[in-house]
Design a protein around this ligand. Sequence first.
Ligand SMILES: Cc1cc2nc3c(=O)[nH]c(=O)nc-3n(C[C@H](O)[C@H](O)[C@H](O)COP(=O)(O)OP(=O)(O)OC[C@H]3O[C@@H](n4cnc5c(N)ncnc54)[C@H](O)[C@@H]3O)c2cc1C
Length: 402
Amino acid sequence: MIVGWMSFLLDPELADLRGRVRHFVDERVIPNERAIVEEDRRDESATLDGLRAEARAAGLWTPHLPKDLGGLGLGFFGMAGLFREMGRSPVGATVFNCDAPDQGNMDLLRTTASPEVREKWLLPLCAAEITSAFCMTEPAPGAGADPTNLRTKAVQDGEHWVIDGHKWYSTGAGRASFLIVMARTSDDRRTGCTMFAVDRHAPGVEYVRDIPCMAEPLLAHREAELKFHGVRVGPESILGSVGEGFALAQRRLVPARLTHCMRWLGWASRILEMCRQYLATRESFGKVLARHQMVQLKLAENAKNIHAGNLMTLHCAQMLHQGQDKPARPYSSMCKDHVANTICKVLDDAIQFHGSLGYSHDLPFAEWYRHARAARIADGPDEVHRMVVARDFMLGRLDLIV
Ligand SMILES: Cc1cc2nc3c(=O)[nH]c(=O)nc-3n(C[C@H](O)[C@H](O)[C@H](O)COP(=O)(O)OP(=O)(O)OC[C@H]3O[C@@H](n4cnc5c(N)ncnc54)[C@H](O)[C@@H]3O)c2cc1C
C-alpha cells in the first residue's frame, strides 16, 4: 500500500508558533526547570503555576486541543513541531499542559466520553485544574507487555458496573482526580475489555503506594499501585462502548507514543547541544575532545539517530493527520523503539563525553538518564514494538519506500 508522500513544509503561522514556543522554553522554562522540580518535591508549585499563567497569556496553552476546548487545533503534524520544542526541557510539556498521561487522556475523552464525564472530568483536565491517570498495567500474571492478560474485572449489576482488580505503574494516579481503568467485561480476546472513567476517591479505590523506581519522581511521573475493591460506577463512566477497550487502547496509544517520541527528540537534541562546550574546550592527549575521531563517531551517530527519529516522527504524524491510523501502527512502533533507544544512547554518551563530571550531579545527565531508561519499557517494551514491525513487514503492511 502506498501510504503517502512526506511533506515537511510548515505554514508560516505554524513556523511562527514553533519559534515562539522555542523562545518561551529557552528563556522561561529552562532557566526555571530546577526550581520547578525542587518545589514539586516539596509539594509546591509556585514557579510552575507562574509559568503556566505566562504560557496561557502568550497563547501557547494546551495547543494540541481543538479550539472549542481552549487549544490551537494543531492536529498531529502541528503537534510534532511544537512538542519537540517543549520536550527540550523535561518539565516543558507540563508547563504547556501537554504532558503524559493527561494529554493522551484528554484526547481519548474528547472522542469517547459521555456528556457527564466530559463535564465532570474532561473540561477541568483541559484547564489543568485536575490531573488523571491511565490504568492498564497489572502485576504478573495480569496485563503487561501483553494487554490480553488483563485480570481486572467489571461485572454488570443492574445499571451499574462493579470493578475489582489490581493495577500498578499508573503514572500520576496518586495525585489524580480520576482514573481511566481498563477492565475485563467478557472472555472474548478482542472485545473482552471496556474502559471506565473512575473517581480516584470513590469508595473501594485503594491507593497502595507510589512505587519506588530507578528515577526520582518528576511532576506527574510517579508510578502508583492501586487496588479496586467492588468499585461501583454508573453507565455514564464507560468510554466508547462496552467491549471497545482494546480498540480504544490502540487508538490512544498510537498517538500517545508518538507524542512521547516528539518530546524525547527535543530533549535529545538539547542534550547533544549541551555537550558542545565541554567537547570544544576540554583537552586530552594534545587536542580538544571534539577533534578525537572516537568522539566524532559518537557525535555523528547520535546526530544521525536524532535526525532519523525526526523523520520517522514527522512521517507517522502526517499519517495520523491524514486519518491513516491503522497503516500508521507499525511505523509508530518503529519510531517509538528507535527514539526510546536514541534518547538513552544520547544520555549515555553525554555522561561518557563529560567523564567524571558527567557521572556527577553537577550536571543533570545522570538524573535524566534514569528517567529516560523507562522509555524502552513504558508504552510497550522494545521487543514488542520490534515484534509488531517484523510481523507487519511479513504481512506486507510495511512499505519501506515512502
Ligand atoms: C515509568 C513507567 C511508566 C508507566 N506508566 C504506565 C501508565 O501510566 N499506565 C499503564 O497502564 N502502564 C504504565 N507503565 C507500564 C508499561 O506500559 C509496562 O511496563 C509495559 O507495557 C511492559 O509490561 P510489564 O512491565 O508487565 O512487562 P512484562 O510483560 O512482564 O514483560 C517483561 C519483559 O519481557 C520482554 N518481552 C515481553 N514480550 C515480549 C515479546 N513478545 N518478545 C520478546 N520479549 C518480550 C520484554 O523485555 C519486557 O520488558 C509504565 C511503565 C513504566 C516503566
